[in-house]
Ligand binder design. Structure first.
Ligand code: ARG
Ligand code: ZN
Length: 849
């Protein structure tokens, strides 16, 4: 049971543990309802600590016995752990506990998924396996013996022995308990090998349930590319003789970087042309890389405490985005990352859940695996690299690995490495880690006597618990274009350090057109009054792909805002500019597909709110529909031409080139469908031989309200495949009319294939509801109620996933008083639920404010 009064943990209270752990031996006697875990842990007093308290974390454990140096002891037990009197010298602690993996629906600790044993220990799940100092700064080598009749039994490190009914593993690298992993089940593998550049032969395996072995090849290639890339770019080699990946169906997140034994949500590793979209393939490649890269940034160098989570996550997200940029198109990756950052992180930073990249307090750490820690954390690394330059960046990273290998480190350690390697004072930069909120950067300009001046002002709005914000150092990459479109000043990085600051460029013959914040050089909101003609000009001429896209995006956004706010007609300047861009065969098709995207409903709601306007979700939906229809009309000749031009007439490959062509052709299909009622989409549906084409066609049919036959056919074709059926649930909800969204969810949650125990299925259904703004925020309030009903039902089973999905409500203060009252009633109802988890209590309380 959870505590009655959850405690807030503060960064400032950090103290090291009073004991060091020399080694750990664990024996697991597996049984679904009663697994026995025997531990033998060698402790030693920590000479750096004077007031030593021997406390071992432990939750939901049945203690059979405990011994110190071979003699029975009777520790004091609480619902959070165990204390007992220990010698003031090295000693051996032993214990046997019993746990119930079959009853573990929280998917944290040791649990069962489809008859297979697996673990998830980050952040604090190891304490549900045995009594242990479950904190990242306690590192030790582990030896693990698994007893059971499963044909595959895996743990971290290298295999050292196996025989009838047992397997033994030894991990030579000291690690914190959150990186522990165990898997046992009847699994099959997709094997391969990799030779590191210093000649180590590494055995690679992807382990899956029988039947899924045909979906491993792509993940394996991604793994080998990642291993090679980390050697080439960061000089980091793999450090064990074996690397195992396991696919698990029931998993709370994407994947986990356990040492030598990465465990993946099956949606983040299994791929085939027939069942996965191009976007799925790209995501899988990125997650495999991410988890692999953690071997150095996370495992070899870990975090001192969970406040430092961004030390490993921000850096590893940054590294995986570099990898994707190198494997695919760097501009397309940057634009997609910024779209996601604005959708998730800016939204978080502008609401009640805003927190610093390095938070200074938490109740439940699982609630801090956020877009801020991950994605904004990665942006900070990118800014550092921009500020110090590429060469200094890699020099600093070399020093980081050299100085901190084997450490549990902090953000201070990280910044000190940069200071020492580059001689640069990073005091002001640290503000990015400590202060929440997205800076607003306003810009004005003047031109006089050949000198062009940009005047910037930065302001960060208050966030919960932080009323006053300091000016930050902001790298602003700027280029200048001449009236004929030539670049008259190449990109330079302006380093803004004051609240208000001006930068001048002289020797110009005419007033230039500025391209500001190229490559999105800092995670800020740029506010500048810009004429439509200037935006169209940048969309046509900017040499910076990000700002080229941004110009089109801003044109679309401003036009939509005028439609919603002033009842304006679709903006002709946008319709002309987007056509010119779409027709331009010098541009990468993937870029053109992105530039044909429109701002999301949620982005528009936030933009309207920032302009002092209460957003009406239905009006936003209507404006988007009207613009899409007008665009289809305006492009009625171009769309069929693009559709034909970008058909891929070769064997399917998920590579960037083919994926870009399909993305553009499918964007064209969307335009065509608005005029032909779905006949072209039906043809594509009937002939599709890959999921990208099939899903795009079905989406068009759903949008055209002619999708019923395809909906049935899709289900019949794919009912045996859980991952594809997730798509089946999701798309029906995403494409429902706003007034039908909640009902569609009610209908689908009654379907025999709906189960709340599988997080992927739950997210596909309830996550799709909160992802379709007009449906979720429909004025009747049914969307709020349906989501709250399901969150209340899921909470006792799986607090982590429940708490995470509460963020659907985080934008509530943007809306009108009617909607606010409806949401508040649901938040209150959730909070009033007896025995609500610590996770959900914290989230809902913070959101409610
Ligand atoms: N470290 C994992 C990753 O980023 C994610 C673990 C998430 N844990 C959690 N409790 N939410 O790859
Ligand atoms: Zn990670």
């Amino acid at each position: 049971m959870r505590d009655a009064a959850p405690q807030t943990i503060y960064l400032k209270d950090y103290t090291p543990f009073g004991y060091l752990v020399d080694n750990v031996h664990l024996t697991f006697a597996l049984s679904p309802g009663a697994t026995r875990v025997t531990s033998r842990i060698a402790f030693r007093p920590n000479p750096k600590v004077t007031d030593r308290v021997f406390f071992l974390h432990g939750e939901d454990l049945k203690l059979h016995w405990a011994k110190i140096d071979g003699a029975d002891v009777s520790p004091q037990l609480t619902d959070r752990g165990l204390t007992c009197t220990v010698p003031d010298a090295p000693f051996i602690f032993e214990a046997e506990v019993e746990i119930d993996p079959a009853a573990n629906t929280a998917l944290e600790g040791l649990y069962m998924s489809n008859g297979m044993y697996c673990t998830q220990c980050e952040a604090e799940g190891f304490r549900k396996i045995t009594y242990y100092p479950d904190r990242p700064d306690v590192m030790s080598v582990f030896t693990v013996r698994i007893e059971g009749d499963e044909n595959v039994m895996l743990s971290n490190g290298n295999p050292v022995a196996d025989g009838d009914g047992f397997a033994e593993w030894q991990d030579p690298w000291p690690k914190p308990a959150y990186l522990f992993a165990l898997v046992a089940g009847d699994l099959v593998n997709h094997p391969d090998r990799f030779t590191t550049r210093s000649g180590r032969e590494v055995e690679l395996n992807i382990w899956v349930r029988p039947g899924d072995e045909g979906k491993c090849a792509f993940g394996m290639e991604a793994l080998k590319k990642s291993m090679k890339w980390d050697e080439d770019v960061y000089g980091r080699e793999y450090d064990l003789d074996i690397f195992n990946i396991v696919a698990v169906d029931d998993f709370n997140m994407g994947a986990m970087e356990n040492k030598g034994l990465n465990i993946f949500n099956s949606s983040a590793v299994l791929a085939s042309a027939e069942t996965s979209t191009d976007a799925n393939f790209e995501r899988i490649e990125a997650i495999i890389a991410h988890e692999y890269f953690h071997n150095w940034t996370g495992n070899r160098i870990t975090c001192r405490d969970w406040f430092q989570l961004c030390l490993k996550e921000g850096l590893t997200v940054y590294r995986d985005s570099q990898f994707t940029s190198d494997m695919r198109s760097a501009p397309v990756k940057r634009i997609s990352d910024v779209i996601a950052l604005r959708a998730r992180q800016f939204r978080e930073d502008n609401g009640p859940l805003a927190h610093p990249v390095r938070p200074d307090s938490f109740v439940e750490i699982n609630n801090f695996y956020t877009a801020t820690v991950y994605e904004k954390g990665a942006e900070l690394i990118g800014m550092l690299k921009t500020l110090v330059g590429d060469e200094a960046y890699y020099k600093a990273l070399d020093l980081y690995f050299e100085r901190h290998d084997g450490d549990a480190a902090t953000i201070e350690d990280w910044l000190n490495v940069f200071q020492d390697a580059t001689g640069r004072d990073l005091t002001q930069f640290k503000c990015w880690y400590e202060e929440a909120g997205t800076p607003r950067l306003t810009v004005s300009d003047d031109f006089k006597d050949g000198t062009y001046t940009l005047n910037f002002e930065q302001k960060t709005p208050p966030t919960p618990g932080q009323d006053v914000k300091n000016p930050r150092v902001i790298p602003i990459t700027v280029g200048l274009l001449g009236p004929n479109g030539d670049e008259v000043r190449e990109s330079t990085v302006l380093e803004m350090t004051e609240g208000k600051q001006s930068f001048s460029f002289d020797g110009l013959s005419t007033r230039p057109i500025p391209s500001i914040l190229r490559g999105f050089s800092a995670p800020v909101i740029l506010e500048r009054k810009t004429a439509n003609t200037e935006r169209a000009f940048l969309l046509a001429h900017d040499t910076d792909p990000f700002n080229k896209w941004e110009a089109g995006n801003a044109l679309a956004r401003d036009g939509l805002i005028a439609m919603v706010r002033d009842g304006a007609a679709p903006d002709g300047a946008y319709l002309d500019a987007v056509q010119t861009m779409a027709r331009d065969d010098d541009l990468d098709p993937a870029f053109r597909a992105l530039a044909l995207g429109l701002p999301s409903q949620d982005d528009l709601a936030q933009a309207l709110f920032d302009l002092g306007h209460t957003p009406d979700p239905q009006a936003i939906w209507d404006a988007l529909e009207t613009l899409r229809q007008a665009r289809a009309q305006a492009m009625q000749d171009l769309a069929p031409r693009l559709y034909a031009q970008f058909q891929v007439n070769e064997a399917y490959s998920p590579d960037a080139r083919q994926a870009g062509a399909r993305a553009l052709a499918n964007a064209a299909l969307g335009l065509i469908t608005r005029l032909d009622g779905g006949s072209q989409a039906q043809k594509q549906y009937d002939t599709a031989d890959n999921m990208t084409q099939q899903l795009a066609a079905w989406s068009c049919l759903l949008q055209a309200k002619t999708g019923d036959a395809a909906t049935q056919a899709f289900y019949r074709q794919w009912q045996h495949d859980r991952l594809v059926i997730d798509k089946w649930f999701m798309l029906q909800i995403l494409h429902a009319e706003p007034e039908e969204a909640a009902n569609t969810v009610k209908k689908l949650t009654k379907h025999t294939d709906f189960t709340m125990k599988n997080p992927n299925r739950f997210r596909a259904t309830l996550g799709a509801l909160s992802g379709s703004a007009a449906g979720f925020h429909h004025a009747r309030g049914e969307g709020y109620k349906v989501l709250a009903d399901w969150l209340i039902k899921l909470d006792p089973l799986n607090p982590q996933t429940t708490a995470r999905m509460c963020s659907a409500f985080e934008t509530w203060k943007r809306y009108d008083s009617g909607r606010q009252a409806l949401i508040k009633a649901q938040l209150d109802r959730i909070l009033a639920t007896p025995n609500l988890s610590r996770d959900t209590t914290e989230m809902v309380s913070r959101i409610r404010g």
